[in-house]
Write a protein that binds this ligand. Structure first.
Ligand code: T1G
Length: 674
């Protein structure tokens, strides 16, 4: 097996190149090759300096995550980076793409670092629930200072080359040919002594800085093992000898990598990428080209959907029936962009650029040359069928016709056209320009290339796409239903909205079922007849307790939208308990978990049984990117695996639920979903 590492002499410089697609992950073969190359340089008197560089998309993007949990082949990354630094001949890291995790640690162990302007530098280990385990917690504070190190290591976001140079991470940024300039740089420093070894640099620790950082981020890091451990490691090792510091780093790494949170976060890392693959597409299926998009409806969803494409530089023709609705919709889009620009996340030119790609119109006919048309109008099957019937004659052959429906039957909508092969669902989550999840709903007759096009478009507009089958609510909303039904039942049986929500927030959800209802709108899907009161929700809606937008819903809200428990809601609930004669009991937290979270897992099992999701990990991705399920729990199916499926089955049976066959089978066989 040829090594991914090759070496060649450029005069007295040894050029060490890694070619390990797709991201030059520092797997065993790469480490062994680098190890050999350092030995080769040391043994050859004709070599005066070494350049380490990578072919392809990027400099080393970190350790090979697929190796975690397995026996690590020698040399380990910590041993390798120390060997690089110990080299008696200067080692220059030539960086392009993203030097991430172990990749940045290799660069920090080199004596010098040169990069192209577009290069990025980061320690994303924390996003995998671990910490920089190859000297990063020791070298980064020494090179860039404790504050920068804390920020980078606990948040995991990469910084650009300019910032890296200012922080002292980089010696040079070159606009020229990276390898040529790196070799020239190597020649310049070939005789420079002493060699700058980052592990020998001093580090100053101001305890107040760490304390302030810890306080500022307390909420953000609450319940998360990795960032808190990283703060601990950096704080307790700063100022100590490097050898001692790496020991403590190693301990922290081992503790985290064996932990549940890291297992969950690594699961999601791969699950997100697996979700973009469709297992049963015919070989050679190619996506169609999408140059121009049409959006029907300029309301909240239509506007948000349009922004995704405009921000990706794709022109959008947006259609409304009335001029004032069209103006309102495009006005909201501009306002949203300007708000982003005000936060410094966009320039004014970029706002104009995006809005310049938007063409508002009142006529569906103007969508004739769109390659993709997305309908985002009122959730009425009749309205949608009417629109798709018209699109059938207006849209050009091969145009993909998508509905943003959140639960209606895509096959029924497709049947309103003579081109069901071009019809699918693109279910965006509100706010559509913010939420990353996109459910791609595959109709019975959706063509393979249409489906592949949807997945390619999702990647282009930076969405995380998951393929769903045609069923009520697809994947996410279908699992939400039993959760909401049981949450309402619990109110009738003695629980309060606050008690149910508290269990969910303690679990790690951003909000509980009732907080979510107040945010989304208690009146969503309400029959709007205030005289027809058949549920607690009807009663609230009838009194215009429609949620935050009305200052009252399941909770009362002050002018800053701060919630408080509502005596009126308690009365309404009590009234319903009386009217329905529901037996009351002391509702426990376990019962809330079993009836609102285990039931979601049960529905997820049914979704898998029916083939409405390709894999359990897809369901996890839906919940993490669509509903804020805590990533450090890996998603509902992964979490159920960690809880133990027999425990889930027992919890469901305790409350008389019918257990999905797949769940019961797996529990009985000791199997897992993932
Ligand atoms: N290990 C193994 N496979 C990886 C990988 C990695 N580090 N990074 C990416 N892949 C695979 C990915 O699964 C996908 O596979 C393909 O590469 C393309 O990825 C000791 C312990 C670099 C910004 O966390 O952030 O170093 O689906 O679709 O959008 O301190 O990949 O094609 O089969 O994401 O161009 C730290 C993780 C590791 C970086 C490129 N490093 N990767 O994004 O491509 S821990 C990371 C990324 C560590 C040390 C510690 C991104 C990217 P497939 P992709 P992309």
């Amino acid at each position: 097996m040829t090594s991914p590492i090759t070496t060649r002499r450029e005069g007295d410089v040894l050029v060490v190149l890694s070619n390990n697609p797709p991201v030059n992950a520092l797997g065993a073969a790469v480490r062994q090759g680098l190890d050999k190359a350092i030995d080769e340089a040391a043994a050859d008197d004709g070599i005066k300096a070494v350049v380490i560089a990578c072919e392809g998309q990027t400099f080393f993007a970190g350790a090979d995550i697929t190796e975690f949990g397995k026996m690590m082949a020698e040399p380990s990354l910590p041993v390798l980076v120390d060997k690089i630094e110990a080299s008696e001949k200067p080692v220059i890291a030539a960086i392009h793409g993203t030097a991430l995790g172990g990749g940045l640690e290799v660069a920090l162990a080199a004596h010098y670092r040169i990069a192209v302007p577009s290069a990025k530098f980061g320690l994303p280990e924390v996003k995998l629930g671990i910490l920089p385990g190859a000297g990063g917690t020791q070298r980064l504070p020494r090179v860039a200072g404790v504050e920068v190190a804390l920020e980078m290591a606990t948040k995991g976001d990469p910084i650009p080359a300019t910032k890296a140079k200012d922080a002292g991470l980089l010696d040079r940024v070159t606009d020229g040919d990276l390898l040529t300039d790196a070799i020239a740089f190597a020649r310049e420093v070939a005789d420079a002594r002493p060699l700058p070894r980052t592990s020998e640099a001093p580090v100053t620790l101001d305890p107040a800085v760490v304390e302030a950082f810890r306080k500022t981020n307390a909420r953000r890091f609450r319940g998360l093992d990795a960032p808190n451990e990283i703060i601990e490691v950096i704080e307790t090792t700063a100022g100590k000898p490097y050898a001692e510091g790496v020991q403590r780093e190693r301990m922290g790494f081992m503790k985290l990598v064996m932990g549940k949170q890291s297992a969950a976060l690594r699961h999601i890392f791969f699950a997100e990428r697996k979700a973009s693959k469709i297992d049963d597409l015919p070989e050679g299926t190619q996506p169609r080209e999408i140059k121009r998009v049409g959006v029907i409806g300029a309301g909240t969803m239509g506007g948000g959907i349009s922004m995704n494409f405009l921000s990706a530089g794709i022109p959008v023709m947006i259609v409304e029936m009335q001029q004032d609705a069209l103006d309102r919709g495009t006005g909201v889009m501009r306002k949203n962009y300007e708000a982003t620009a005000a936060k410094g996340r966009m320039t004014a030119e970029q706002v104009e650029g995006a809005m310049g790609l938007l063409k508002p119109t009142l006529s569906l006919d103007d969508l004739a040359d769109c390659d993709l048309i997305i309908e985002a109008v009122y959730e009425s099957m009749d309205v949608k069928k009417d629109i798709f019937g018209k699109l059938d004659t207006i849209a050009k052959p091969g145009a993909i016709l998508a509905s943003n429906t959140s639960y209606l039957n895509i096959d029924e909508i497709a049947a309103a056209t003579n081109r069901p092969q071009d019809v699918l669902g693109l279910h965006f989550f509100s706010p559509a320009n913010v939420m990353k999840l996109l459910e791609v709903v595959r109709g019975a007759k959706t063509a393979p290339d249409a489906l592949m096009t949807a997945m390619a478009v999702a990647k282009k507009i930076k969405k995380v796409a998951v393929v769903a089958g045609v069923c009520h609510g697809f994947i996410g909303n279908r699992m939400l239903m039993p959760r909401q039904v049981e949450a309402m039942n619990l109110l009738l049986e003695g629980a309060t909205p606050e008690q149910v929500d508290r269990v969910h927030v303690a679990f790690g959800m951003p909000m509980g079922p009732f907080q979510m209802a107040d945010l989304a709108g208690v009146d969503i899907g309400w029959h709007r007849d205030p005289t027809r009161i058949e549920s607690i929700r009807d009663a609230l809606a009838a009194e215009e307790r429609w949620g935050q937008k009305k200052g009252k819903g399941f909770y009362d809200y002050d002018e800053k939208r701060q919630p408080s428990n509502s005596p009126r809601v308690a009365e309404i609930i009590e009234d319903f308990r009386q009217k329905t004669g529901t037996p009351q009991h002391e509702v426990t937290e376990d019962e809330i978990t079993e009836r609102t979270l285990y039931t979601m897992v049960n529905e997820g099992a049914r979704i898998l049984e029916e083939g409405m999701a390709q894999r359990a990990s897809d369901i996890d991705v839906v919940w993490i990117y669509g509903y804020g399920f805590p990533p450090y729990k890996g998603g509902p199916m992964f979490w159920a695996d960690q809880e133990g499926l027999p425990k889930i089955v027992a919890g469901l049976e305790k409350h008389g639920f019918e257990v999905a066959k797949l769940l019961r089978d797996k529990a009985e066989k000791g199997e897992k979903f993932n």
